[in-house]
Design a protein around this ligand. Structure first.
Ligand SMILES: Nc1ncnc2c1ncn2[C@@H]1O[C@H](COP(=O)(O)OP(=O)(O)OP(=O)(O)O)[C@@H](O)[C@H]1O
Ligand SMILES: [Mg+2]
Length: 468
């Protein structure tokens, strides 16, 4: 097992493309760390630098604490698996798997046929051992590629979207297989993907990258339940977290109101979360609500709730997603992508704002249309209904809001910590029922938890650089 450390690593490609921007993170011994981010954010570049296929423009790469910037790839004892699995077409499955061993990289006391047989058995492809790659399905080919990488028992696995060429069913199957296989081999794994499901289901820890800048690192539960930035909040989770613009109004000794325009939610004054949010009195913040924080109730029920009318809905078989017009404004961080619901919702044309929130909440004349920045648009509050519940466009619905499950972000997109960290840290909090557990809740033991929120920085979008 190899521990990987990146210290302020940057990569600038010719033409001044800053692919990776001062990235600092660790992959611990035996850990499965998933590097997650959208296309072009620099994931493969990070992986290639760790493999030794690219040299950092700045910063240090350490392998087991040793400076490794100049170490040739073959001396890093790392195996790389790519999205396109290049098998030798003229060789059988067995010969493909055994090839690295025949090159002299022996696998302990095992003979080559024995090692190949063991590996094929572990991958469930023993009966395919004499076939050629062109006689295999995509999933079988990827298993062979895995076997070829695993057979020499590398200390470090570097995987670049190994499942993205496969169909959804096969991806789900191989997700489980890959993570259990590499764990059995006691290798450290750095796994790159743009698929949040892969990240949340496979990782010990997830690192979210955006435009070359690290946004957040933590266990799947941590990044899902306490995202360090609004970008991470929006990137993780399906459906996407509702992010609503709210003005904070403090009514001293009574409550703190989150004013969404047509309606408001109230945090009691005695509630410590309310006190934390009260610091933003008179300002606009962003309030995040995942679908699981909302539950339809009969109108007039006591408790905090939001009313709206059904703008549209989507049947997904196991559930129905309902989108409510609530007269509020949604904020969508740049790079998250806007769903094509604008056309359906008849919202005003979207505007992009300068910086993250310059002009946030200000009269529209102060805004400037530019290429980057969050989008403001009429909010479609999304929540879940069980399947087969009759529903119609325009129908009025009231949803109760689980106030414990709200997220708050400041005008720089940074999380406002309201002091409810117990749940995320795994300490039970009987006073607040845990309704925010996400569908990917895991049962197997976690890897080491080294959340590094404070080192998260973002130079663009107006995110304020945090000090290191
Ligand atoms: N050899 C290169 N020369 C110039 N620019 C490059 C080179 N390789 C990558 N880039 C640029 O660096 C940025 C990051 O690329 P990278 O391949 O690391 O992204 P990625 O996150 O892996 O994306 P994807 O999910 O699409 O694979 C992109 O803007 C890309 O165009
Ligand atoms: Mg890539």
């Amino acid at each position: 097992m190899t521990a990987v450390t990146l210290k302020n690593v940057s990569k600038v490609f010719p033409g001044d493309t800053l692919a990776v921007d001062s990235l600092s993170m660790d992959v611990n011994h035996g850990e499965f760390l998933v590097l997650l981010g959208p296309s072009g954010c620099g994931k493969s570049t990070v992986l290639r630098m760790v493999a030794g296929l690219e040299t950092p423009s700045d910063g240090d790469i350490l392998l087991d604490g040793q400076y490794a910037n100049d170490l040739p790839p073959r001396e890093r004892n790392a195996a790389m698996i790519f999205q396109t699995f290049a098998l030798y077409p003229h060789m059988s499955v067995g010969d493909n798997i055994g090839f690295p061993l025949k090159l002299g990289k022996k696998n302990g006391a095992h003979s080559v046929p024995e090692a190949v047989g063991d590996m094929a058995g572990a991958l469930g492809i023993s009966d395919l051992i004499d076939r050629k790659p062109n006689q295999l399905s995509g999933g079988q080919q990827q298993r062979v590629a895995m076997g070829r990488a695993l057979v020499r028992r590398p200390k470090l696995f570097l995987m670049d979207e190994p499942l993205s060429n496969l169909d959804i069913g096969l991806r789900a199957e191989l997700r489980t297989e890959i993570s259990s296989l590499v764990r059995r081999h006691d290798a450290t794994t750095l796994y790159v993907t743009h698929d949040q499901t892969e990240a949340l289901t496979m990782a010990d820890r997830v690192a979210v990258l955006r435009k070359g800048v690290l946004q957040d690192v933590g266990t799947p539960d941590e990044v899902y339940e306490r995202p360090a930035t609004m970008y991470v909040a929006a990137f993780l989770g399906t459906p996407r977290m509702n992010l609503l613009e709210a003005r904070v109004n403090v009514f001293l000794d009574r409550y703190v109101a989150l004013d969404f325009g047509d309606q408001e939610l109230r945090l009691p004054w005695h509630d410590l979360r309310g006190r934390a949010v009260a610091r933003y009195h008179g300002e606009n913040i962003v309030v995040g609500m995942r679908a699981e924080a909302l539950a339809p109730v009969a109108e007039g029920q006591p408790g905090q709730s939001i009313q709206g009318r059904v703008r549209f809905y989507e049947h997904h078989g196991h559930e129905t997603l309902v989108f409510l017009d609530i007269g509020a404004t949604a904020i969508i961080p740049d790079g998250i992508g806007d769903k094509p619901d604008l056309a359906r919702s008849g919202s005003k044309p979207r505007r992009r704002l300068t910086g993250l929130f310059s002009g946030f909440g200000q009269p529209s004349t102060e805004r400037r249309e530019v290429d980057t920045g969050p989008i403001r648009k009429s909010a479609d509050l999304v929540f879940r209904l069980p399947p087969h519940i009759p529903i119609a466009t325009g129908q009025p619905i009231t949803t109760a809001v689980h106030m414990d499950a709200l997220h708050y972000f400041d005008k720089f997109g940074k999380r406002i910590d309201v002091g409810w960290t117990q749940r995320a840290l795994g300490v039970s909090d009987p006073a607040s029922p845990d309704t925010t557990r996400h569908p990917y809740a895991r049962t197997r033991p976690r890897g080491p938890s080294l959340r590094k929120g404070p080192s998260v920085t973002s130079g663009d979008l107006g995110f304020r650089k945090r000090s290191r």
